[in-house]
Ligand binder design. Structure first.
Ligand code: PD2
Ligand code: ZN
Length: 297
């Protein structure tokens, strides 16, 4: 369903809040009325300038606002289109064009899927071999300035392939585009990261913070990031999981597997805070594909 936050909806949210209903109960009324939870949260956060986390299923509700969301307000509602695998009918495997990929775990919030066998062992080796001679200490995008800088929170080494730079990269980009229903043109170049023992990537969001002065410049090319695919190219002996602290999830690296998550808005309510836990033994190689709203040139 296409859902869009209308002025009528905003007025309704403000009225419910003035009537003394808690944001959590207003959220519940909106989801009861058929609103997508992500869209409802974003509308609430934007209208009331609060930050919310959704109630756990079965969570207690003290009292409810009137569920009189104007039909007119609901009818034009839209959620932004996001990269996503087609999981209608709960398939265990999905067709990614040149490869059948396993669906291992799905989560609604954050919107997340763990895939198995997205890459073959030979493809993982091929990416590491092609990346190895070009590795240097990872930089992070500085949203203060729009530039890049060394960051103590990120102790991996990395490099970027240009889109389509080698046949292997093109093949993987086409597979990812088909899997996530998002055009190759909307993806950044593939990044390869190498973590040695002790290296980590502290929890962060992959979207660019709209409040930072450098963000307007960064998003001129392709708009915001809306999704991340982290592909595991090897398996460290211990540690090195990708963690999602808001939901207590850790995805452990296995060669050829991947974790994908999407974020419709650059907001913490997407619960996409994530990090790379310290590698305790062995080393860890990943390839990350970031997806943008629009064509990334
Ligand atoms: O290597 C990871 O597990 C990891 C964790 C958090 C990678 C990224 N973020 C990233 O590339 O954005
Ligand atoms: Zn990240």
């Amino acid at each position: 369903m296409v859902q869009q936050v209308t002025p009528e909806l905003r007025r309704w949210i403000v009225a419910q809040s003035r009537a003394g209903f808690t944001p959590a109960s207003v959220l519940q009324a909106m989801t009861d009325a058929g609103w997508d939870e992500t869209v409802a949260l974003e509308a609430l956060e934007a209208t009331l300038q609060v930050q919310l986390t959704p109630q756990a299923p079965g969570g207690e509700r003290v009292h409810s606002p009137r569920s009189d969301l104007a039909e007119g307000a609901v009818a034009t509602a839209t959620s932004p289109r996001l990269p996503h695998p087609d999981l209608r009918g709960s398939p265990h495997r999905v067709d990614a064009g040149d490869r059948i990929v396993d669906v291992l775990v799905t989560l609604r919030r954050p919107q997340l899927v763990v895939f198995g066998n997205l890459l073959s062992a030979a493809e993982c080796e091929g990416l590491i071999d092609a990346a190895r001679p070009r590795m240097s200490r990872s930089l992070t995008v500085e949203t203060q300035t729009g530039g890049e800088a060394l960051n103590a929170d990120r102790t991996s080494h990395g490099m970027f392939f240009r889109r389509g730079e080698i046949e292997l990269v093109s093949r993987l980009e086409a597979r990812i585009a088909r899997l996530l229903n998002w055009p190759v043109s909307h993806g950044e170049g593939l990044q390869v990261l190498h973590y040695r023992p002790g290296a980590e990537y502290k929890p962060h969001y992959d979207y660019f913070d709209p409040r930072e002065p450098g963000t307007a410049n960064i998003t001129r090319r392709g708009g915001q990031r809306v999704g991340t695919l982290v592909m595991y190219l090897n398996e460290p002996e211990r540690g090195g999981g990708t963690t999602f602290p808001d939901v207590g999830l850790e995805v452990l690296p296995q060669r050829g597997h991947a974790v994908f998550f999407a974020y419709g808005q650059p907001l913490p309510s997407t619960q996409t805070l994530h990090g790379g836990a310290p590698v305790l033994a062995g080393d860890k190689w990943v390839a990350t594909k970031w997806l943008r709203e629009r064509e990334f040139t």
